[in-house]
Ligand binder design. Sequence first.
Ligand SMILES: [Fe+2]
Length: 436
Amino acid sequence: MTQELRIPSTTTEIHASDSERQALATRYQQVRQSTEALAAPLAVEDYVIQSMPDCSPTKWHLAHVSWFFETFLLKPSSADYRSLDPQYAYLFNSYYNAAGDKYPRPQRGLISRPTVGEVYQYRRHVDEHVLDLLECAAAEDLADLAPIVTLGLNHEQQHQELIVTDLKHMLSHNPLHPVYVTRHPNSAAHVAPTSWSEFAEGVYWIGHEGSGFAFDNEQARHREFIQSFRLASQLVTNGEYMAFIQQGGYQRPEFWLSLGWATVQQLGWQAPLYWEEDDGAWWQYTLSGLRLVDPAEPVTHISYFEADAYARWAGARLPTEAEWEVAAATVPIDGNFVESGRFHPQPLNGTASSVGLAQMFGDVWEWTQSAYSPYPGFRIAPGALGEYNGKFMCNQYVLRGGSCATPRSHIRPTYRNFFPPEARWQFSGVRLARDS
Ligand SMILES: [Fe+2]
């Protein structure tokens, strides 16, 4: 691909190309601005702290997503492109071995330079060049550039969610319980009892197909035989999870996978991440400060091990990702996403469960019992971008449905998120399934 100007040969070509390039440029600006809006409530000190190796400072996220456009779009498009600093290629590469050396991930919080202001300058520099490229690229080059821009924007949306979850982890260490966003307490919600939706056995199509964007790990679309099953109408609530705790859930090994039980022992888990007990009451740190645990809200910040142990205690099991996808195809993509500005799961309306499956999208990512592995027909793409998903298909479990930190436009029924079984800092929760 090049940046050379080419004179369009027909009127049709002018219109098609103009509307496509305009739509892409607008989308680019929207996503980039959304990222910066998430950082707007921060003080400069908040940008730089790294609270654990899995979490990155906001400043690093802001720079890394720009590095992605620089590395995979701008540099290959123009030999004349110059980064603001050649060292940024080393500092802000995350895990792409084919893109060169990487600064060690656990030490991202030790980097005070570039400053926050300089990182914003870096973003402006990249924005200017990306928008120039989209404006000036020849129509036939745009066809090659558009998929990379779209991947870069979906990548940036993933980091938007990580900015929120990493910030929460960092702020949770502060005994002042900082408020990132104010949020009114829930009105005393009544959650209807869980009901169960039945799904018949059969051969179902799983995975993405069509013209819309999807990551490589959602492909190839393929058929799977699924036994008949039942899926819970709603997410497990804090109130239900508290009953598990009160009945010795964290002290009884019979509910736990061996590796999960060892993790409970080793890390001293007694409750979900961010929960603390004070004088017989459970409190939790939220992005709106320390709050009493609301029994009506979906439980969140639990690991795969805890979701699985809870399910066993409740006489149920986790759904497979194929079961979840079959069920999700029956409901609209609607829910509590990052756009709500709550940054926290919300209680289900008391009447919602009577109309079938609720909370399938948004609120919390739902752990499935499915190991994150390739679909039949999955191929790792050649080049550095082939490192995006495929090389992580080991020792992780699939989560579905998005969360209160996920952008609405980022989620779809075939979307496969994945984390190791001990991870708790994402907005992760549980919906039960049963054999029928
Ligand atoms: Fe990334």
